[in-house]
Design a binder for this molecule. Structure first.
Ligand SMILES: Cc1cc2nc3c(=O)[nH]c(=O)nc-3n(C[C@H](O)[C@H](O)[C@H](O)COP(=O)(O)O)c2cc1C
Length: 447
């Protein structure tokens, strides 16, 4: 089933949704609760917000593979295959007949904090931040549409700082600034989860329109409406939309902000001036807490699944790939089957250079469960010889928010933890019939 908006997804979650009635504070408390319950893998709806009668917040929307599978309307087993197939297809957006996102319009808002429950997440964050704002714009040079998630720091009144470290938006701003013009943008908050995933698909600087990928992922075209104050189309069924301009040539301190790396990151960043806030009746404000399971799921799809698809086409025997939770896409594990050592080595070189964020990759045989850290550590401890099986590459572009890199340039490493050719490993196993019987008995005990 395709969800056309955030609220229809939430309505459908039943037992996968935790409802919080106690009105928590948007400063720290909402983020703290989301971090606290992330291991449940359930989404959370805050039915009240402290000091903000009538407002609601939803978070942990992709806190597990189960939720991601539900977002795409498939079983967990088919998640990666479905994601890979659909993200290669294009379903162009259509013009909306109606735009619930523009039901209430505030032009030239004096104070955005008075209108929206802006959230503060971590102790030393400099201010409230928008963490899952889908930023939309058109390339002033070509007219091509582009979007991405970019953190935005509330600077009071109608101003935000925005971290533009990635294409296409960083390139669009450079093109606007080349002619001294502002870049018109819209920020969609609270979209259906498939669109959120599509917004961070790695497409490269000249990639396709991610709205077309969103249409394919959700199985129905995205409905777009014209912006009220900017020449940018906005998702008509978003909960909230901010419209505005990135000011040309302006850079100001932005941060500190607790990042997806698990560390604070400060930058000198462009500044946005908001020209309108529009929203639905009884809007639901979205939360995404950095360095939580929500981010892990997003990155393992938009990033991990992409890389898996590429590598499978280049090296025979690649069976599975996952991004290591909590690593902000810097760590990955790949499972292979019947892949000789020289091919594993080629795989390591390819993985580390195809994805510029990837810093460490471990390759294991497919008898190892790559989503179980204990099994991966076991493979490394027992099938890997550091001197023989390590690849180190240096002087490559990494990621600017990696606290250990110098301005984003650094080194990368690969571990070949597959059995060496001719090695005779005899893994201990419980007989299958006994294991099956034990599962039956254990299930009966726990019910
Ligand atoms: C949770 C999350 C937060 C992100 N925050 C930012 C950000 O603050 N600034 C930024 O430039 N990119 C950010 N990104 C990355 C971009 O939204 C997007 O992934 C990128 O444009 C993809 O293009 P690429 O091919 O260059 O990686 C974030 C991604 C995710 C998943």
């Amino acid at each position: 089933m395709a969800y056309s908006d955030l609220r229809s997804f939430l309505d459908d979650l039943a037992d996968d949704l935790i409802r919080v009635r106690e009105p928590l504070d948007p400063r720290f408390e909402i983020a703290a609760l989301l971090a606290e319950v992330q291991k449940s893998g359930k989404a959370v709806l805050f039915e009240g917000v402290k000091g903000r009668p009538g407002q609601r917040v939803a978070g942990n929307l992709l806190a597990s593979r189960r939720l991601a599978a539900r977002a795409l309307g498939v079983s967990e087993d088919n998640l990666i295959a479905t994601y890979t197939a659909r993200s290669a297809q294009r379903v162009p957006p259509v013009l909306a007949k109606e735009a619930p996102a523009q039901t209430v319009v505030h032009r030239d808002p004096a104070d955005i904090a008075a209108l929206l429950p802006l959230l503060t997440h971590y102790e030393k964050d400099a201010a409230p931040f928008l963490t899952c704002g889908m930023v939309l714009a058109r390339d002033p040079a070509t007219g091509q549409r582009g979007m991405g998630i970019h953190r935005m720091m509330f600077k009071g009144g109608r101003r935000f700082g925005i971290l533009l470290a990635n294409p296409p938006l960083s390139q669009f701003l450079a093109n606007a600034e080349a002619s001294g013009k502002p870049l018109e943008i819209a920020i969609a908050l609270g979209v259906d989860p498939a669109m959120l995933i599509a917004s961070v698909v790695k497409t490269g600087p000249l990639g396709p329109d991610k709205m077309e990928i969103a249409g394919s992922l959700r199985g129905a075209p995205v409905e777009l409406a014209r912006g009220v104050t900017v020449d940018v189309e906005v998702p008509a069924r978003a909960e909230v939309v901010l419209e505005g301009r990135v000011l040309p040539g302006v850079r100001e301190p932005e941060g500190p902000f607790g990042e997806n790396t698990g560390y604070y990151f400060m930058n000198t960043s462009p500044v946005i001036e908001i020209s309108a806030v529009t929203h639905r009746e009884n809007f639901i404000f979205p939360a995404l807490v950095p360095w939580t399971a929500d981010v892990d799921t997003l990155l393992s799809l938009a990033g991990g699944a992409e890389l898996f698809g590429q590598l499978r086409g280049l090296v025979r025997g690649v069976v599975d790939l996952d991004i290591v939770p909590g690593t902000c896409s810097f760590g990955a594990v790949i499972a292979v089957n019947n892949c000789p050592s020289h091919e594993v080595r080629r795989l390591i070189y390819l993985a580390l250079t195809l994805d510029r964020r990837l810093k460490s990759v471990t390759v294991v045989n497919d008898d190892v469960n790559i989503r179980d850290p204990r099994e991966v550590a076991w493979a490394l401890a027992t099938r890997f010889q550091p001197e023989r099986d390590t690849v180190i590459l240096s002087g490559l572009e990494g990621y600017v928010i990696d606290p250990s890199s110098a301005g984003g340039i650094g080194s990368k490493m690969g571990f070949d933890a597959t059995r060496g050719a001719g090695a005779d490993f005899d893994r201990i196993l419980i007989p299958a019939a006994a294991a099956a019987r034990a599962r039956e008995v254990a299930a009966a005990i726990s019910t």
